[in-house]
Design a protein around this ligand. Structure first.
Ligand SMILES: Nc1ncnc2c1ncn2[C@@H]1O[C@H](COP(=O)(O)OP(=O)(O)O)[C@@H](O)[C@H]1O
Ligand SMILES: [Mg+2]
Length: 239
């Protein structure tokens, strides 16, 4: 579903180029739930921005659902993003003065896809993320956990091929984080959603089928749940 080859990203800081991603290779299968872990500054968010077509690589290739993202012009990339990808961020990034249902329906409006028939689907989705009855509530009146539920519904409303989440539980306490992860996990299993989640929380990563560990812009280790040394690897990584 996702194929990344020799992915490289440099940022200019003054006259100097800093390499944030230094030739990254991996593939993610359809329906897989992958966690990207690594220390702060190791390039995790940069990677997710590139996978989401929100920024362009300096070199290398990104294929999503068979389409070469790295070759697309900006407009094409925007359309691809709107149709195929869903995003969840640490700080929710909702439209604060709009209601729950307006936020959830927003991607359909942005894409010119909205018809009144979508109303029911939006309502059902709001119910299924656990916000029944809150459709008309302004999102800035909701708790953090509730706002992240709105963000998840919004990310899924157009039934994306891939869901990208950057520290989705980073602002939540453990109990709320657990609820959000359970929710992501439920959609992942139910809809065979491919999920790529950046996290520095080992507890969150435990929901994934596979963990890709980053260090200084390269992949340090890849750990699958089936690996015999799964626990040991993680302990080493966290040491
Ligand atoms: N737009 C940018 N311009 C310059 N440097 C950037 C930019 N975005 C990220 N960086 C740098 O790239 C490095 C990796 O950042 P990031 O991908 O956000 O790391 P992580 O998400 O793993 O904490 C950091 O040193 C950061 O300062
Ligand atoms: Mg980050």
């Amino acid at each position: 579903m996702i194929k990344v080859s020799n992915l490289t990203k440099e940022f200019m800081q003054g006259q100097e180029a800093t390499q944030v991603l230094k030739g990254v290779d991996f593939t993610i299968k359809e329906g897989e739930f992958v966690a990207i872990m690594g220390p702060s500054g190791s390039g995790k968010s940069t990677l997710l921005q590139l996978l989401g077509g929100l920024d362009v690589p300096t070199a290398g290739e990104i294929e999503i659902d068979g389409k070469p993202l790295h070759q697309m012009k900006e407009k094409e990339r925007t359309i691809f993003r709107r149709q195929k990808l869903g995003f969840v961020f640490q700080n929710y990034q909702l439209l604060p003065t709009l209601t729950v249902e307006e936020n959830v329906a927003f991607p359909l409006h942005a894409d010119g896809k909205w018809t009144s028939e979508h109303s029911q689907a939006v309502n059902d989705l709001i119910d299924s993320v656990g916000l029944k009855g809150l459709n008309r509530k302004r999102v800035n009146l909701l708790s953090g956990g509730q706002q992240q539920r709105v963000a998840i519904a919004r990310a899924l409303v157009h039934n994306p091929t891939v869901l990208l989440a950057d520290e989705p539980t980073g602002n939540l306490d453990r109990a709320k984080a657990e609820e959000i992860l359970a929710l992501l996990s439920t959609f992942h299993r139910k809809d065979k959603q491919t999920v790529v989640m950046v996290t520095h929380d080992i507890f969150a990563a435990g929901f994934a089928d596979r963990i890709i560990l980053f260090r200084d812009g390269v992949i340090d280790q890849v750990i699958s749940r089936e690996d015999r040394d799964y626990a040991k690897y993680l302990a080493n990584f966290l040491a």
